[in-house]
Design a protein around this ligand. Structure first.
Ligand code: NZQ
Ligand code: ZN
Length: 397
């Protein structure tokens, strides 16, 4: 791909608006949909009051509601299968995630499984993650996002964890773009600070992973400049929100940056990006489901930069990000700037800090084993990040 030859497609309607969550019912009713599966996490939506408002609005529009509560952060396959069963049993017409990336991602899989023909079992949804089944059809997804981080509200991918296999894997398909996503900045002021930082770091890493596969940044100057602006905007909003969680202008700026970080705008003409840091993180969640995505990325990214730089790779790109985002020099400057940001926001910078204990060599080898199970790590020989490089990276964390 090059800037003279690329495609961009995104059909999701995104609504960023105060107090707009109940409006999701209007969009559903306008499409003449009569039943939804309402999917949410472990209780935050009830505590912050948004659940009651959405349910009331759905009832007002005479939309029949079926519910699937309890989605875990690092969502697990069993909940997805349960959701598919409910949809199939009641012939539900649409899926409504009310939550964060974990809820959205579960809904994407449920939406696909709900459209399986009768001869396919619900648990065969896992075959999509293993690249053994192509998702061609899905129920429409109308969502309300309660934490900005993943970009799932406006992209066509989803990540789910198969605990039994220790695989936290993803798949994407065009039928997975949500039809409508509503994001209310006020709702996110209830987030604990640690969760907010997870979002800042996740969005930041989506942007840099979109661009670090380019050796000659000046050839994709438009996307590059856009990405650098996103990084600066994320940091700026994060710093403001650390001072005042009710700064709704900073919040809305972050919300838009986080969506743009992975609605594929940040990756236009960028050769598909390099998602090794993400896969390094997914292995951590597979080992311990309490490890949050953003925190793991914060630990993995500097190690990835260091190991690449020691091999003389991507030096020009690392230097340019260091200068333009952090006002520092070289790959060391990039690591320093990135880790200063994490420390300022109170996030871990090492694997030991992340797990809250010493992670010994044997455990790091287990992370490596899980990492090497990923079927595809783009842009590396044989589609895999070589094992020796992955091992060096785990040791550098
Ligand atoms: O479970 P509840 O009670 O809802 O609590 C959640 C959860 O504990 C809480 N929360 C969410 N909104 C809240 C709130 N607490 C108070 N106030 C609110 N307004 O936050 C916690 C984390 O929620 P989760 O949905 O897990 O967060 P996030 O949006 O960061 O999603 C992370 C998941 O998305 C995947 C990650 O791997 C991870 O599994 N990703 C999905 C991607 C995609 N679909 O494109 C790409 C990403 O790179 C990422 O891999
Ligand atoms: Zn991510």
């Amino acid at each position: 791909m090059s800037i003279t030859n690329f495609q961009f497609y995104n059909p999701t309607k995104l609504v960023v608006k105060h107090d707009a969550a109940p409006e999701i019912a209007d969009y559903i009713a306008a499409d003449n949909i009569k039943s939804v599966l309402l999917v949410y996490g472990q209780g935050s939506v009830k505590r912050i009051g948004v659940y009651d408002k959405v349910v009331e609005a759905l009832k007002y529009k005479n939309i029949t509601i079926y519910e699937l509560p309890g989605v875990r952060a690092n969502p697990e396959l069993q909940t997805v299968i349960k959701g598919i069963d409910i949809c199939r049993c009641h012939k539900i017409e649409a899926v409504l995630p009310l939550g964060g990336g974990s809820t959205y991602d579960s809904c994407k899989a449920i939406a696909v499984g709900a459209c399986f023909s009768d001869d396919i079992k619900s648990e065969q949804i896992w075959e999509c993650y293993e690249n053994k089944r192509i998702a061609e059809k899905a129920l429409p997804i109308y969502g309300v996002l309660t934490i900005s981080a993943t970009g799932s509200e406006m992209n066509n991918g989803g990540v789910v964890q198969n605990d039994a296999l220790k695989k936290k894997w993803s798949f994407d398909a065009d039928c997975l773009y949500p039809k409508v996503s509503i994001v209310d900045p006020k709702i996110q002021s209830f987030l604990p600070w640690y969760q907010q930082v997870n979002g800042f770091v996740d969005a930041f890493v989506h942007v840099v992973e979109s661009l670090i596969n380019i050796d000659e940044p000046e050839t994709v100057e438009t996307t590059y400049a856009y990405d650098i602006s996103l990084c600066r905007s994320i940091i700026n909003a994060g710093d403001k929100l650390q001072i005042n969680t009710n700064d709704h202008v900073a919040r809305a700026n972050f919300i838009w940056a986080a969506t743009c970080a992975l609605n594929y705008m940040s990756g236009v003409a960028m050769s598909g990006g390099d998602w090794a840091t993400h896969l390094l993180q997914h292995s951590m969640a597979a080992v311990d489901t309490k490890i949050s995505h953003g925190a793991g990325l914060g630990v993995a990214f500097p190690a990835f930069v260091k190991v690449n730089a020691m091999r003389g790779l991507r030096l020009k790109t690392f230097d340019r990000i260091a200068r333009e985002v952090f006002n520092k020099q070289g790959w060391q400057g990039l690591i320093e700037g990135f880790q200063d940001m994490l420390k300022r926001w109170g996030h871990p910078t090492t694997l030991n800090e992340l797990f809250g204990r010493e992670v010994n060599e044997e455990e790091r080898k287990e992370l490596l084993r899980i990492f090497m199970m990923f079927p595809l790590c783009l842009h590396y020989p044989d589609g895999k990040l070589p094992e020796d490089i992955a091992w060096e990276t785990y040791k550098a964390m």
